[in-house]
Design a protein around this ligand. Sequence first.
Ligand code: AMP
Ligand code: FE
Ligand code: FE
Ligand code: ZN
Length: 284
Amino acid sequence: MLIDLHTHSTASDGLDDPEDLVRRAGAAGLTVVALTDHDTTAGLGRAGAALPAGLTLVPGAEISCYVDVGDRQISLHVLAYLFDRAEPAFARVRAEIRDHRATRARRMVELLAADGHPVRWERVRQLAAGAVGRPHVAAAMVEAGLVPTVGAAFSRAWIGAGGPYHVGKLQPDVWRTLALIRGAGGVSVFAHPFASRRGAVVGADVIVRMAAAGLGGLEVDHPDHDPDERRRLRALAAELDLVMTGSSDYHGASKPQGLGAETTSPQAYDRLLAAATGAIPVTG
Ligand code: AMP
Ligand code: FE
Ligand code: FE
Ligand code: ZN
C-alpha cells in the first residue's frame, strides 16, 4: 500500500484540478490519497467523482491557525481528516477564513500598487480557482515582472513574513482549531511541525499541550523536514502516543515534491481511521 495523506488541488494553491490530481495519484501507484486543500473542502466532490478504480480518497483540509508563545504568535497548519463537512461550527470557521483570504490578498495587491508595483487583482482572481493565497499573488508578481520567481516574492522584501507587502491571515488559534476538528468528528495531524525553512516553528512544549488538547498525530516525514527534525518528531510521537504520518504536500507536477514522495504506514493510517467518526474514505 502506498499512502499519501497531504495534497493540494486548484481548490486552494495546487496546480492540478481535483480530477487530474486523483488521476495522477492512481498513475503514481498510490492506493490512498488525502486531498487537504488550505481551509476548504471544495475540491472533494470533484476528486471523489473522478477516482480511478482501486484508489481511496480520504477527505481532509489543512487549517491555518496560530499559537501564542510568550509575546509572539507562531503560525501553524493542522491537517483535519474525516470530519463531517456539514457540521456547522467548523464549516462556519472555514468559510470565514476563506472570505478573509480574498480580502487579505486584495489588500496585498493594493499595497503593491500604492508603491508603484502594479499587479492586477483580476489576474490574481483568475489564478485562484478557489481559496486564494500568497502563491497566487506571487505568481501574478512573477508575470508582472516584479520578481524573477515565486520564491523571491516570498522573501522579506515582498510578501514573505515581515515583508512590506505581507498581510496576515485571520485564523483561529490552535486550541479552537483542534476543538473544531474533534467537534466535527475528525482527527487532526500537525502538518510539517518542524519545517523551519518556512518560518518560526513551535517547540516540543507546544506539541505536548496540543496532544493534551486532542491532537491525533504528527506529520513526521515531510519534504521540508531534515533527518534531525524527523528524529526529534519520532521521539515526541512515541512519547505522546501520537500517530506518525508521512506525506508529500504535493502542490502540482511542476513542483519538486511528487505524489508519494513521502508516505504513511498502513498501521498509522488504520489508527487515523479508527480515531475519526465524521466521515469515511471513498473508494473508486
Ligand atoms: P498563505 O496561506 O496564503 O499565506 O500562503 C502560504 C502557502 O504558500 C503555503 O501553504 C505554501 O503552499 C506556499 N509557500 C510558502 N512559502 C513559500 C515559498 N518560499 N515559496 C513558494 N511557496 C511558498
Ligand atoms: Fe500551500
Ligand atoms: Fe502547510
Ligand atoms: Zn500543505
